[in-house]
Design a protein around this ligand. Structure first.
Ligand code: ZN
Ligand code: ZN
Length: 317
């Protein structure tokens, strides 16, 4: 056997290699958690491509794909088959973000999907306030193409059941987790001041984190609330509907105060997440603060759509 000396050399040197410290490798660029989407470009119904199951999980998480097909059964979609359900989810997503609803993973859809965003689902229990999945009751067949594509009304939305603070509860205290980075406190405080200008709420800072109505902190990975962060890129932050009060930044993101190239503005993200704390869901209006996507290196303020939304939610003019 010609290879024998080579194999022997391998077994002689292997233990030696294992005992040596590994040479330092150059730091590789960190890959976005949404990077898998780039391999799915051009995919369409009928394809079977590695990564489709991940996309299904993504759509399930953000509310575009409902595993419950009817009252009694769940679909098994832990596979890489591009099926009717996925095509429908993509069309819904495309409608939501004003893209051509082709149901295929064309470049503009992939580019939108891969953009870092808020971790709060766009559709909760099949609804975003006005965006509703209608079912054709005349047909006892539950195949997905009998669900009509939702008619997307382009404006603000609420959480299911219009979750909001009771009218007596307009003085809300907020506190930072003790480990919070110092440069985040002023931008978050300014974001509260902005919301106070357009609402009946009065916000005040307290040092009593436990008792505060609104709790702000930086976390990474799995941090115990059932919505783990995913590292740099992907999900940037999330907040809970009233009257929960939790607002979390992903500490692994590149944060900044103001518009800094390649970084996310702490204040812009705070404005968005405070909108959730007060009861706003995601808006389909691109210029609204409640739009789920944010570009790095930019800042954004409240939009007429956000102000109208919060006024409607609390029955104020
Ligand atoms: Zn959000
Ligand atoms: Zn969290």
């Amino acid at each position: 056997m010609a290879n024998k000396p080579l194999i022997l050399a391998f077994f002689i040197f292997l233990p030696l290699c294992l005992s040596l410290p590994l040479p330092e490798l150059p730091e590789l660029p960190r890959v976005s958690p949404f990077a898998f989407l780039n391999d799915l470009q051009g995919c369409k119904k009928g394809d079977n491509v590695k990564g489709i199951s991940k996309l299904k999980n993504f759509f399930h998480y953000y509310g575009y794909l409902n595993r419950r097909t009817n009252v009694t059964s769940y679909m098994n979609d832990d596979n890489d088959v591009f099926d009717d359900h996925l095509e429908f989810a993509i069309k819904t997503y495309q409608q939501y973000f004003h893209l051509n609803p082709t149901g295929t993973l064309n470049p503009e859809t992939i580019s939108q999907l891969a953009t870092p965003r808020c971790g709060v689902p766009d559709i909760v229990n099949g609804t975003t306030g006005r965006l509703l999945f209608e079912h054709d009751d005349d047909d006892d067949d539950d195949r997905v193409h009998h669900y009509h594509l939702p008619h997307v009304v382009s404006h603000y939305a609420f959480f299911p059941g219009k979750r909001r603070w009771p009218s007596s509860k307009y003085r809300l205290t907020y506190a930072f987790l003790p480990s919070t980075r110092k440069d985040a406190k002023a931008p978050v405080t300014r974001a509260f001041a902005t919301w106070a200008r357009y609402t009946h709420f009065k916000f005040s800072l307290t040092t009593n984190y436990k008792r505060a109505n609104l709790k702000i902190g930086f976390y990474k990975g799995n941090h115990g609330d059932g919505y783990p962060f995913d590292g740099p890129g992907g999900t940037l932050a999330h907040a809970f509907a009233p009257t929960d009060g939790r607002f979390h930044y992903d500490s692994t993101e590149k944060w900044a105060v103001g518009a800094v190239k390649g970084r996310y503005d702490l204040q812009t993200v705070a404005l968005h997440e405070i909108g959730h704390l007060l009861g706003l869901g995601h808006s389909t209006v691109k210029n609204a603060i409640m739009y789920p996507y944010i570009k790095s290196g930019t800042t954004k303020g409240l939009n007429a759509d956000d102000i109208k939304g919060i006024k409607v939610l609390y029955n104020r003019r």
